[in-house]
Design a protein around this ligand. Structure first.
Ligand code: AMP
Length: 289
């Protein structure tokens, strides 16, 4: 039997800002809109969902793959971060991405590049900010740099990184960017585990144990119908401790300010981070619509 031939367009790949911008200039001249999806690669269906949504809304979609050293506070985590550009490139062609930007570190951070400073306050200090010092300084700087290079009309971000979206929105407002942020729901595997490039580093057994993250969050949705945020938090923590992961934080926060909640508000969201073996995983779910 003949196997069907998978028809994919050759993906335009640029390593330099100059070449990328030449291409984007041509696209703009034709009156086409540009949607942008920043990633760190090792792509999975979560990333591809962002690309598909961008493609549905724009003539031309740029995906960047850049493992940003400045947002890693743990050098081991940076070293072990999976890199698989060839496979990523094939996946991007299949979902109709138009252009891949794959810059080297020097291209993104040339000498004397001014650092963007913004005041994130609580948004940058709580949760990820508390446990990954300077993480969001790195995120803000790389996203601003990529926005300056690509100048998209919209950029697509996953709700998996719930706090990151709040931080980027604050950055947009403080630095007066005009790009619109489109939030995309979390993609999960059949067991409920949020897809993550870091899941590749989990053993079969760990992959199974890690499902406790999403089960705990789902329990939170049920308990939120009956109990106050503080009681729900206690119950969720007690439940999570029955599993094998090591909890770093579990907080129920206001979706805009990320302040810890004592009373329910619409959009109240539980955010969790924990270690599964050596791998740090995060997840979140809205508890109250
Ligand atoms: P990363 O490559 O981890 O920096 O992620 C790039 C983008 O993909 C970010 O906007 C993430 O929030 C998003 N993303 C990662 N995992 C998922 C997922 N499971 N579902 C939806 N979006 C995701």
């Amino acid at each position: 039997m003949d196997l069907p031939i998978l028809k994919t367009r050759k993906l335009k790949t640029f390593h330099t800002i100059e070449k990328l911008q030449e291409q984007l200039q041509l696209v703009r001249k034709k009156g086409k809109t540009i949607g942008f999806v920043p990633t760190m690669g090792a792509l999975h269906d979560g990333h591809l969902r962002l690309v598909k949504e961008a493609k549905a809304a724009h003539h031309f979609v740029v995906v960047s793959i850049f493992v940003n050293p400045t947002q890693f506070n743990n050098p081991e985590d940076l070293k072990k971060y999976p890199r698989q550009e060839e496979e990523d490139s094939v996946l991007l062609s299949i979902v109709g991405c138009d252009c891949l930007f794959l810059p080297a570190v020097d291209e993104i951070y040339p000498e004397n590049l001014p650092i963007k400073q913004i005041s994130l306050g609580h948004l940058g200090e709580t949760m990820e900010g508390q446990f990954r010092p300077h993480h969001f300084d790195g995120v803000v700087n790389v996203v601003a740099r990529l926005f300056d290079i690509v100048k998209p009309s919209q950029a697509f971000f996953g709700r998996k990184d719930f706090q990151q979206i709040a931080v980027i929105k604050a950055m947009i407002s403080q630095l007066n960017y005009t790009v619109e942020i489109i939030e995309v729901p979390i993609v999960r595997n059949e067991e409920g585990l949020a897809l993550s490039s870091r899941n590749q580093r989990l053993t079969e057994q760990e992959l199974h144990s890690a499902v406790i993250l999403s089960i705990t969050l789902k329990k939170g949705i049920e308990w939120a119908k009956e109990y106050s945020p503080l009681v729900v938090l206690d119950k969720m923590k007690a439940f999570f401790e029955k599993g094998e992961l090591k909890l770093e934080y579990l907080q129920i926060v206001d979706p805009l300010t990320l302040e810890d909640l004592h009373q329910w508000v619409p959009g109240a969201t539980a955010c969790i981070a924990a270690y599964c073996g050596e791998v740090r995983l995060i997840d979140n779910m809205e508890l109250i619509k």
